[in-house]
Each structure stands twice: as structure tokens, then as C-alpha cells.
Write a protein that binds this ligand. Sequence first.
Ligand code: SAH
Length: 217
Amino acid sequence: MIDTYRHKGLRKQLVDIIAEKGISNSRILKAIEKIPRHLFITDTAFHKYAYEDKPFPIGSGQTISQPFTVGFQTQLLNISEGDKVLEIGTGSGYQTAVLLEMGAKVYSIERQKALYERTKEFLPSIGYTSAKLFYGDGYLGLPTYAPFDKVIVTAGAPFIPKDLLSQLKIGGVLVIPVGEGKEQIMQRITKIGSNEYETEEFGVFRFVPLLKEKGKD
Ligand code: SAH
């Protein structure tokens, strides 16, 4: 598990690419420049591509999101230091690491046991010890730890889960790609009253689907 000067150089180039595509928040760019993305990709055959702006397989039929998409969702969340953030879809833990680098307190749910177990070991092994990781169904959120300042869903949701809305603080935001097919519309929903929401849309993205039943793996 090594991070070389070559990897660091490639990360600088990746930061330039996503900055050009519209990621302007310097704290996000700094996080992406710092995090050794290649280590999040278990299949070493993909390591040489780890700093291309692309998603890659991470096992269990899932993918690590494209860095631009990670940056885009994080930018929409508008993270302040100390924000309590719920992430649905831990996957490789890369998005979790970006949120941690920005000073958020992260609670993250993964519904595939194999991925949950791997990431629970992996994140602390590279120094990310503070994330609270859960094996469970993201549609239900984490009522015990609610309310949250921010919620981010990193898989394509067929609809907006009502539990995620109810677990937001007033003034809080949910960033979620919504759509039933292969493509989703990125939405940002701001909770402006106890049962009042404002929705903004931010274009088309492609995510793996948010799965309904908890996996048996
Ligand atoms: N944030 C991840 C992206 C992983 S892809 C990363 O940076 O690597 C989306 C993830 O959502 C997958 O790991 C998938 O298993 C998980 N997922 C799918 N349905 C889910 C659900 N209902 N609850 C929690 N996680 C879910």
C-alpha cells in the first residue's frame, strides 16, 4: 500500500481536470489532491487508471464514483467544518474520506456486507479513523443519530426516501441522484420548514442503483 511521487503528480493533474469541469471549492480540490484514490480500488489492474476522471469497479457489482461526481455532490452539500453528514452508499469509502478531509462528522451506511467489512478495515488503515460506518438499509437512514446537517446519496434512487428528509435538520440539505433507469437527475433538496422543502436540479448523472432489500452477501 504505497503512495508515490508519481501518484501525487497524477493527482495534481486530476485536480486540474475536475477544476476545469467546474469544481471550484478549494477545500474539495485539496482533499482530492491529498487522498490516495488508487488505494481505494481493490483490483490492482485498475491502479494505473486510478487518476483518470472515471468510475471503477470495487467488487460486489459496485463502483467508486467518478472524481468529478464526488466533487460535484460535495460542492452541492456546501460542507462547513463540524457538519454532521449522513452518507448512503459507503462503497470504497472514497467519498467518506473527502467529507472527513473537509472536517465533517461522517455517518455512512452500506447495504452490501462484503463492502461494509472491507471499508471498515481499510479507512482506519490509511488514517481515517473517525467515520462511523454502518451495515444497513440506506432507505431508512439512521434515526438514532438524526438529525443531520447534510445527507448525501451516492447511488441512483428511484424516488426520494421520506426517512432521509425527516432526518434532516431545518436548513439542512439532501443531495441525491433521482431516476429509475440508467440515468438520474441530481437534486438538491433544502429543508426550509418541518415539512417544507425546496428542490433544485443539476443535470444528468449515471449511478449504480440504490438497492431496495438488504443484500444476503
Ligand atoms: N460513495 C461510494 C460510491 C459507491 S457506489 C464511493 O465513494 O466509493 C454506491 C454504493 O451504494 C454501493 O457500494 C452500493 O452497495 C451501495 N448501496 C446500494 N443500495 C444501498 C442501500 N439501500 N443502502 C445503503 N447502501 C446502498
